[in-house]
Write a protein that binds this ligand. Sequence first.
Ligand code: FAD
Length: 133
Amino acid sequence: MSSSQPEAKVDVLIIGAGASAAAFAWSIADTRMNVLCLEQGDWTRPSEYPSTTMNWESDNASNSNPNYRRNAADYPINCDGSPIAVANYNGVGGGTVLFAGHFPRFHPSDFRVRSLDGLADDWPVDYHLLSPF
Ligand SMILES: Cc1cc2nc3c(=O)[nH]c(=O)nc-3n(C[C@H](O)[C@H](O)[C@H](O)COP(=O)(O)OP(=O)(O)OC[C@H]3O[C@@H](n4cnc5c(N)ncnc54)[C@H](O)[C@@H]3O)c2cc1C
């Protein structure tokens, strides 16, 4: 920004424009706060989503693993210690650009995987608190 332009005041800075960033930005859109969302990747028009091409399944642009896809905004991710390969998209919309449209319903036990299964962490909220939403 040049010194002749007024500096905009930012109240909330959101890094990344994926699913959770968009939901959070939307949730505070009615406040009077100035919200700035910075995304390292580019915009993708829905008509140009990787999955709309004929060869999307074999086309590397649709590959959900950035280590193979290597788009300009991708960065290498070390999955050596992980039992699953990384799947993401780096651009406005984040992973939702490659989203499969599958909406599994949570179970109360999904919020307590540390206590019940010794995996990951328990959520700080439980199923019953979220179910009205
Ligand atoms: C192929 C595929 C299919 C899927 N299908 C489903 C489905 O059917 N059902 C379902 O529930 N979920 C599905 N998911 C998962 C879902 O898309 C993700 O859980 C969700 O997008 C995660 O949201 P997020 O905001 O945590 O992260 P992301 O959506 O990954 O967003 C993170 C964003 O931050 C950006 N970013 C990262 N670092 C920086 C930085 N330093 N500076 C600026 N920007 C940065 C990234 O570029 C990215 O855009 C799918 C995911 C993939 C990859």
